[in-house]
Write a protein that binds this ligand. Structure first.
Ligand code: FE
Ligand code: FE
Length: 166
C-alpha cells in the first residue's frame, strides 16, 4: 500500500500498533510465568486482559471508520519481546531478572504511549471522534501500567535485587 494521505498514515500507524498488541497478547503470559515477584506476575496477567480489550478497541475503530488494516509486522515490538525472551533464557529466576523484565516492560509501555499519542492526534485531524475516544481509553491504560511497573520497581523489586547480591 502506498502511503500518500493523512488517512493512509493513520491506517498504517493503526495497523502497526494492532500488530504490536497482538504480539503482546502472546508475550504477556510468558512474562507472567517468568516473574518471580507475585505482584509483578499479577500485573502482567492484568495487563494481558487490558491488552485483549485494546485489540478489540482497534477492531471497533476499523469497523466504525470503515477502513481496512494493512498486514504489517511491528518489528520494534518483535525486537523488544525477543529481548525479554533472551533475559528469561539467560538470567536465573529471581529479583534481578524481575528488574530486567520490568525495564523491558516499561520500554514497551513507553513505545505504546508514544504510538497512541500520535494516533489520537491523527484521528482528531481526520474527525474520527469515536476513534479518538477509544484510543484515549487505551492510552490511559498504558500510562497506568507504566506507573504501576515503576512503583513496583522503586518500592519492591530493585531493593530485593540489591539484597540478592549481598
Ligand atoms: Fe497495549
Ligand atoms: Fe501496554
Amino acid at each position: 500500500m502506498k502511503i500518500k494521505t493523512l488517512e493512509d498514515a493513520f491506517i498504517h500507524s493503526l495497523s502497526d500498533i494492532y500488530s504490536a498488541e497482538k504480539q503482546l497478547t502472546k508475550a504477556l503470559p510468558k512474562l507472567a510465568r517468568a516473574a518471580h515477584n507475585q505482584r509483578l506476575a499479577d500485573g502482567f496477567e492484568g495487563h494481558l486482559e487490558e491488552t485483549e480489550d485494546q485489540v478489540a478497541r482497534i477492531e471497533k475503530i476499523v469497523e466504525e471508520c470503515g477502513i481496512r488494516l494493512q498486514r504489517v509486522k511491528c518489528t520494534p515490538m518483535e525486537a523488544m519481546i525477543e529481548e525479554s525472551a533472551n533475559i528469561i533464557e539467560n538470567v536465573e529466576e529471581g529479583p534481578v531478572r524481575d528488574v530486567l523484565l520490568i525495564a523491558g516492560a516499561q520500554k514497551v509501555e513507553h513505545f505504546e504511549i508514544s504510538a497512541y499519542g500520535t494516533l489520537i492526534e491523527l484521528a482528531r485531524q481526520l474527525d474520527y471522534e469515536d476513534a479518538v475516544n477509544l484510543l484515549e481509553d487505551t492510552l490511559v491504560e498504558e500510562k497506568a501500567c507504566d506507573k504501576k511497573l515503576n512503583k513496583l520497581a522503586l518500592n519492591d523489586v530493585n531493593e530485593e535485587a540489591l539484597r540478592e547480591a549481598a
